[in-house]
Design a protein around this ligand. Structure first.
Ligand SMILES: Cc1cc2nc3c(=O)[nH]c(=O)nc-3n(C[C@H](O)[C@H](O)[C@H](O)COP(=O)(O)OP(=O)(O)OC[C@H]3O[C@@H](n4cnc5c(N)ncnc54)[C@H](O)[C@@H]3O)c2cc1C
Length: 388
């Protein structure tokens, strides 16, 4: 087994510092302004791509850095730790694995080098639907093969970064559910080029935070048959296969948020003087911050364990799920401790606490709800009866 210690290597520490320093060039005003306008951080994502960070998981033979999950996790954590929002680009990292593991050589050669340089963006992942939600196998979008094309019909809900991406990974049903042995069969993954795709309507949704999220309507949208990733009907397994990476990376987003909240809360609690002393001297202010810090540190251990197991090619499902849950909850506790410590100023936009508060809340709900993580742990880790 490779390195299972919890300290970072010199290279990882250097990466952490370099990412943090790059991110710090994008000040709070940058993110605040984009948040108010609900605009995509084009300049930030372009710079991050040019620096090679978004191609961390792409192997060198396709133009990427060929780094591991631990490095990808560090990159996302530091974006959020700096006060930015990794949501603008994290999906590219977690959907990359599906293409790498199951994509054809032609797909990889065609797309990966261009994704690595930033010529193409793959940041859209189309799974959720209005009528299926967490129950993915009930999705109703269909892709029916007609000659050398698949014809896609249906709706997707809450699909992020579609207008900022050139490519989307799409999950659709290729065989009706009543014609398959198991409901998980008959779903297929497509890597589709969405630039000017006829029959795809994108309706932006204004969400609680700046997330470039949309409702999608496919009306006889035709995609080339070569867009299919791997084997037809096996898509659910391919998506599940990528879930551990997704959980580890989203946990890292949350850890970065959590660290930002703790630093911000500690700084404010130390300098705000009320009743003649810094508010941080009061246990009512200090203890929630200390408690959240401990939870962040514990979640970090679980995230790091999950990433190292993943990088060693060992099973990491329980650890990846637990890391996602623990980090999202810890970040939310840190968000509440931080907003409480700031009193009324926590609600003022110029302090950024309310923006990060909104951003951190998402990860208790998406990309997977923490209830479903508990159901996974209850059923698959502890062997209790299935609830759904
Ligand atoms: C800002 C944002 C961006 C998103 N981006 C994307 C994206 O890019 N691509 C994409 O595919 N999706 C995206 N999503 C969708 C997200 O993944 C879903 O919202 C999430 O998976 C939950 O699905 P749902 O909203 O339909 O909730 P539902 O599945 O309807 O669940 C509603 C509530 O019921 C609970 N619940 C349901 N079943 C059970 C059960 N058996 N046991 C216990 N509790 C249960 C859930 O935990 C939740 O609290 C995004 C969502 C948001 C908010």
């Amino acid at each position: 087994m490779s390195d299972m210690t919890f300290t970072l290597t010199d290279e990882q520490r250097a990466l952490k510092t370099a990412v943090y320093e790059l991110c710090k060039q994008y000040p709070p005003e940058y993110w605040r302004d984009l948040d108010a306008k609900r605009e995509y951080p084009e300049a930030f994502v372009t710079e991050l791509t040019k620096a090679g960070y978004l191609a961390a998981l792409i192997p060198p033979e396709y133009g990427g850095a060929g780094l591991g999950m631990m490095e990808a996790a560090i990159i996302l954590e530091e974006i959020n730790h700096s006060g930015g929002n990794a949501a603008a680009c994290h999906a590219q990292m977690y959907i990359m694995g599906t293409v790498l593991r199951h994509g054809s050589e032609a797909q990889k050669t065609l797309y990966l080098p261009k994704i690595a340089t930033g010529e193409l963006r793959l940041q859209a992942f189309g799974v959720t639907e209005p009528n299926s939600g967490s129950d993915t196998t009930k999705l109703q979008t269909t892709a029916i093969k007609k000659g050398d094309r698949y014809v896609v019909n249906g709706q997707k809900m809450f699909i992020s970064r579609v207008l900022q991406s050139d490519l989307m990974l799409l999950l659709a049903r290729t065989t009706p559910v009543d014609q398959v042995r198991k409901k998980t069969d008959g779903l297929s993954v497509f890597l589709i080029d969405i630039r000017g795709l006829k029959g795809l309507e994108v309706r932006p949704l204004r969400m609680m935070m700046n997330h470039s999220t949309n409702a999608l309507f496919f009306d006889n949208a035709e995609v080339p048959a070569e867009s299919l990733v791997g084997q037809e009907g096996k898509g659910f397994a391919y998506i599940l296969d990528g879930m551990n990476a997704e959980r580890i990376l989203v946990a890292s987003d949350s850890l970065g948020d959590g660290r930002w909240f703790i630093e911000k809360a500690v700084a404010y609690a130390g300098q705000r003087v009320i009743f003649g002393k810094p508010i941080g001297a009061n246990q009512g202010v200090q203890f929630p911050i200390a408690k959240a810090h401990m939870a962040i540190e514990a979640a970090d251990l679980m995230r790091t364990k999950a990433a190292k197991l993943f990088d060693a090619g060992l099973p990491s499902g329980p650890e990846a799920n637990m890391a996602k849950y623990l980090a999202a909850e810890a970040a939310w506790d840190a968000a509440n401790a931080c907003i409480d410590a700031h009193g009324g100023y926590g609600f003022a936009e110029e302090y950024d606490v309310e923006r990060k508060f909104r951003e951190a809340r998402l990860y208790k709900t998406a990309p997977i709800n923490n209830n479903l993580v508990m159901a996974y742990v209850g059923e698959h880790v502890l062997g209790m009866p299935r609830s759904y």
